[in-house]
Design a protein around this ligand. Structure first.
Ligand code: DQA
Length: 148
């Protein structure tokens, strides 16, 4: 089973970016934890990060062809990218939206996700655990689909 993990804009700065909001863990550490959990769950995990909307869309399309599910932290695109939303809706595999911070307890504009209505689910506010739970959900949604 192949799972794509997509990190959106500014997540390459994890560790130094607003650590009071996003913690001190680097993106490399997040990816390592995901690879480790993937190994335990019997899934191959491929992680990608880009600050560019078009690259995230291209990886979603690739995942739709090659992978069983996606975990995505769309960063600020969460709140306004209809192009990303359309890509999530188009791919036909489960997509789990994750956020490190609790987007519902922050500024008003972060409370709205244009991705959530087309995602299989949203996990927010648990730091690294948001990603790890997202990966567990992705594997379990993908297995359900395999069995039906
Ligand atoms: C984020 C929340 C977004 O509102 C923000 O723009 C990010 C990170 C999170 O993981 O908490 O870049 O997606």
């Amino acid at each position: 089973m192949l799972i794509y993990v997509l990190h959106g804009p500014n997540l390459n700065l994890l560790g130094s970016r607003e650590p009071e909001v996003y913690g001190r863990l680097t993106l490399e550490a997040v990816d390592r934890a995901l690879q480790t959990l993937g190994g335990e769950l019997g899934a191959e995990v491929r992680c990608f990060q880009s600050n560019a909307e078009d690259r995230l869309i291209d990886w979603l399309h690739e995942a739709g062809r090659d992978a069983e599910a996606v975990v995505i932290n769309p960063g600020a695109y969460t709140h306004y990218s209809y192009a990303l939303r359309d890509a999530v809706a188009a791919v036909g595999i489960p997509v789990i939206e994750v956020h490190l911070s609790n987007v519902h307890s922050r500024e008003e504009f972060r409370r709205h996700s244009v991705i959530a209505p087309v995602a299989a689910g949203q996990i927010s506010g648990l730091g690294l655990e948001s990603y790890l739970l997202g990966l567990r959900a992705a594997v379990s949604k993908a297995s359900e689909r395999e069995q039906s």
